[in-house]
Write a protein that binds this ligand. Structure first.
Ligand code: SF4
Ligand code: SF4
Length: 210
């Protein structure tokens, strides 16, 4: 009796199968037509890593934290003259090589998270398949090229607090503008004083003429 309930009437399985087929036939196709049609990717897609090398200070944090050890960085030190007379010379790191082996990379994003200077970003670019696995190590020029495919960050919530970096930059800019204005006012006042002194020193020619 229980077996009869489970299987239902003869031919019911076939009818159910045909119903599924009919339902599927009338639905819109979801087959991706890539490469004829580019996929509509999510904004935060992890396609590839772009490098904004102007921000990179060669701190090596990304290479040290990468679980796969697939970031290769070479650099050398350069001496920079003092910013003000009498100051000390400084040394800074100059980037010689920055490469990522995407054959090893597991797209965890740790390097991007730990970079303290915002030099690494996710790009949705994904068309970099190679026939030779060794060609998946990409150097700084290619990583920089990918940088230009990084989408703009989403706008801040209007009620959000101003980012600390912007607040600090605004404070510095305001201070600089106030200093410039004070200097300009001081120069103007000096110019006026000089004009008054010259006017007092000038001989009175009206008396000579009479
Ligand atoms: S995404 Fe992860 S595995 Fe890939 S380079 Fe960055 S830290 Fe390494
Ligand atoms: S963590 Fe950022 S700044 Fe440091 S070496 Fe890596 S990319 Fe450059």
């Amino acid at each position: 009796m229980a077996l009869e309930k489970k299987t239902g009437w003869p031919g019911s399985g076939l009818a159910k199968g045909l119903a599924v087929t009919l339902r599927t036939m009338t639905k819109r196709s979801v087959t991706a037509q890539y490469p004829d049609v580019q996929p509509d990717l999510a904004p935060r897609t992890r396609g590839v890593i772009g490098l904004f090398e102007e921000n990179c200070t060669v701190c090596m944090l990304c290479a040290r934290e990468c679980p796969d050890w697939c970031i290769y960085i070479d650099s050398h030190k350069e001496t920079v003259p003092p910013a003000a007379p009498g100051g000390r010379e400084r040394s800074r790191n100059v980037l010689d090589r920055f490469a990522i082996d995407f054959a090893l990379c597991m797209y965890c994003g740790i390097c991007i998270e730990v970079c303290p200077f915002d030099a690494l970003f996710w790009s949705p670019e994904f068309e970099y398949a190679e026939t030779d696995i060794r060609d998946l190590t990409h150097e700084r020029d290619k990583l920089r090229e990918w940088m230009w495919t990084v989408p703009e960050p989403p706008a801040l919530d209007p009620a959000a607090e101003e980012p600390k970096e912007i607040a600090a930059a605004r404070k510095t800019a305001d201070k600089f503008a106030a200093q410039q204005q004070a200097e300009a006012e001081q120069a103007e006042a000096q110019e006026q004083d000089r004009g008054q002194v010259q006017a007092q020193d000038r001989p009175d020619t009206s008396e000579e003429g009479t």
